[in-house]
Design a protein around this ligand. Sequence first.
Ligand SMILES: [Zn+2]
Ligand SMILES: [Zn+2]
Length: 406
Amino acid sequence: MLNPLIIQFILGLISILFAEVVRDFYHIAGHYWQPIKQNHLLHHKAYRPDFSIANMELYKKSQLYNDVPEALCMVGLGAVLALVTQSPGMWLGCIYSIAFLVPAFLRSQGMLLATDLSHKPGDLVGIPAQWRVNRTYHWRHHFDEKNAYYAGHFTSVDRLIGTSLSLKGKVVAVTGASGTLGQALIDELSSQGAKVVAITTNPTSIFEPEVKVISWKLGAEIELLPQLQDVDILIVNHGVNVYGDRSHAAIYESYEVNTFSTLRLAELFFQTVTKSSDTATKELWINTSEAEVNPAFSPLYELSKRTLGDLITLRRLNAPCIVRKLVLGPFKSQLNPAGIMSARWIAWATIALAKRDFRDIIVTINPLTYLIFPVKEFCQSWYFKLFTKGMKKVDRVNINAEKSIS
Ligand SMILES: [Zn+2]
Ligand SMILES: [Zn+2]
């Protein structure tokens, strides 16, 4: 039997979670429910893109008519929950909510402005956090897409309803665009309102007229740099499978295509993250494949993809933007007619999981991958974190200096 005090403590934590869910649904209502929509719009008008206050009178009004009622709703529903459940622990959520109500009221009187932590003015520092809302996360709600990124403190509601990433109007570039999965990703991204750029080494491939096509050559990745500047999300999806070939040429081709060209593109894309807003909106997705942790019955494919996966794990420890790994199982294509899953379904699931902010997107029918991959990724990340050093600011400046010379 659990100690009754521990039970009340757990109930208290649940009531805090409940208060945050109320906050998020009040916020969503502020975007869709007419009676409170005007008041919530005041909140959006109160800030400039660097989160400085646009107009003090408007700011105070937004606190009084948006933040105060929001906190009142949290307090009120928290009290109802505590009364209905008759559990003293549940009052913790109420006290927690009062801690937001009082500062919101004082801010509406022009006091304690520094307590408005998720709207602290200045450049964005760090990438959007995955579990708790930070400034960069919330910035996207104000200045990227108002109908997404609703979460106020914990990101759980956004993750549940699929509003952790908005693709509407985003420029998304896909390499390996003429392959079966590339085509399926392009269709799915277009249906989500993204402006898709197909990056292909095959000049004869045909795309829908709204898709911008860029051709490139292996080894000449640097030539893509000007086009990558305007890209919000780069999906590096190209690869080669030499199957049973174990010749010298097959080894080099596998590593050159699957590992090094992907890494070069990743580094080029990182160089395009220069503005404060890029930290919030730019993302790099790398298709490392399920071969990272499971046999693909093609040793050179596994070796080159595992090296890529390991290096991405290392590099994303201090990447300037969000990096997602796509860990995908085999799918039916011309190259692999025995594949069980369809590329279309994989593309749909990949996007659905990205919209729920999975940084490691696993889509496969092999249950072992869901168990092994997260453990491998967690342990390896920590191993790399402990035994490598982060890039210093000076190094970044040098990279940019080199870029301007070339
Ligand atoms: Zn809003
Ligand atoms: Zn806000």
